[in-house]
Design a protein around this ligand. Structure first.
Ligand code: NAD
Length: 393
């Protein structure tokens, strides 16, 4: 099949196997160029391992630390008419590279929120890994079925209390306009907490503890975002922000549990980046376009792999203590939040229009990064070639 990008709103419904493989190799090369992480984890479970921050966590664990990795993800294989999802191709490429490097890695495709997948993970850890010493929780999902009640909850990206009007860029038409997002209902707030809060993370850790699969010194990390006040109504003070409050409260409980294993659990606040999850949030693509422009100019721009590589090398496995902020969070968004960067955002934000969005922001970079998530626009990949879409993991 000759595969071209088909963008529908904030998703691309096609993905290119060779482009995705090139992305994965690029991330692996970056990690290798930094040398090996001393005293890194040995057996790592990554929940949400196929794209974005989870994929980067798996790559740093394997190619930086030499760890055995078990990745759990929810991806679509190819069928006769359609290529597989990007996360499928990423995982296939990761697996191939891991095998070539002599690294052990196992993959489970399915709903990480379900008890069935949890049971499969437990069985696999018992059979192949013994115990795990790092659990990365990096799921981003629009829905979750609570296995205890069978109720399916939906997450949404809405403000709370009052409508929020702000500038946004329509990534289909490239038009800059003002959008108004109506406030969430109580049900929507609760739903988002159920999906993106910490309930499932805690269920995972409790199960692994009960099954005696947590190694001495085990660590668990989940990813959080805060960002500037400009985006707080839609993010930090919105439905997703409430879910993150729940995630942080959960981190404290998990931390108490892991202390029994001389371990630690915490949230790492990461940088705003183009991922499948973040492109769905109103206003954020425009913020990211401005942010990338300023951070690239300053030479401080990082992608998922640079962020996670720095998290491992300078925080988690630096043979010293974690450097928590006053709220017990690890701040990998430090460079994003520097006053000079945020002052730059504040000054550019009111100036952006449809006419100048490509000129005064890095919207072009945003669009390229977005297509790259699906394996498109990568140098060295011939998109006119007929490629095999069915790729085994
Ligand atoms: P992403 O969309 O790139 O990745 C989500 C992962 O979750 C994929 O591997 C997907 O397969 C998996 N997944 C989704 N539903 C699943 C299910 N039911 N079962 C198993 N796997 C499932 O997302 P991301 O942007 O990397 O986000 C990961 C975490 O990082 C989220 O908590 C997000 O809030 C946080 N974060 C993101 C940003 C950002 O700018 N992207 C910034 C800071 C923090």
């Amino acid at each position: 099949m000759i595969i071209k990008p088909k963008v529908r709103g904030f998703v691309c419904v096609t993905a290119h196997p060779e482009g995705c493989a090139a992305n994965v190799r690029e991330q692996i090369d970056f990690v290798r160029s930094k040398g090996s992480v001393k005293e890194g984890p040995k057996n790592v479970l990554v929940l949400g391992s196929s794209t974005g921050y989870g994929l980067a966590s798996r790559i740093v664990s394997a190619f930086g630390c030499g760890a055995n990795t078990l990745g759990v993800y929810f991806e679509r294989p190819a069928d006769a008419n359609k290529p597989a999802s990007a996360g499928w191709y990423n995982t296939a490429a990761f697996q191939k590279e891991a095998v070539a490097a002599g690294l052990n890695s196992w993959n489970i495709n399915g709903d990480a929120f379900s008890d069935e997948i949890k049971a499969q993970v437990v069985a696999l850890i018992k059979q192949h890994m013994g115990k795990v010493d790092l659990i990365v929780y990096s799921l981003a999902s629009p829905r979750r079925t609570d296995p205890e009640t069978g109720i399916t909850y939906k997450s949404c990206l809405k403000p709370i209390g009052q409508a929020y009007s702000a500038k946004t860029v329509n990534t289909d038409t490239d038009e800059v306009s003002t959008i108004t997002v109506e406030p969430a209902s109580t049900e929507e707030i609760e739903g988002t907490k159920k999906v993106m809060g910490g309930e499932d993370w805690e269920r995972w850790i409790q199960l692994l503890d009960k099954e005696n699969l947590l190694a001495e010194g085990v660590a668990s990390v989940a990813y959080d975002y805060i960002g500037p006040s400009l985006t707080w109504p839609i993010y930090t003070h919105g439905t997703i922000g409430m879910a993150k409050v729940h995630l942080k409260e959960t981190a404290e409980r998990i931390n108490s549990l892991l202390k029994l294993h001389r371990g630690v659990a915490f949230c790492s606040v990461n940088k705003a980046l183009v991922t499948q999850a973040s492109s769905a949030i109103p206003v954020i693509p425009l913020y990211i376009s401005i942010l990338y422009k300023l951070m690239k100019e300053k030479g401080t721009h990082e992608g998922c792999i640079e962020q996670i590589d720095r998290l491992f090398r300078t925080q988690m496995y630096n043979q010293s203590c974690l450097d928590f902020d006053d709220e017990g969070l690890i701040r990998m968004d430090d460079l994003e939040m520097l006053p000079e960067i945020q002052q730059g955002v504040e000054s550019l934000w009111p100036q952006v229009t449809t006419e100048n969005v490509f000129k005064i922001t890095d919207y072009e970079g945003y669009k390229k990064e977005f297509l790259k998530l699906f394996g498109f626009g990568i140098e060295g990949v011939d998109y006119e070639l007929d490629v095999e879409t069915e790729v085994d993991i």
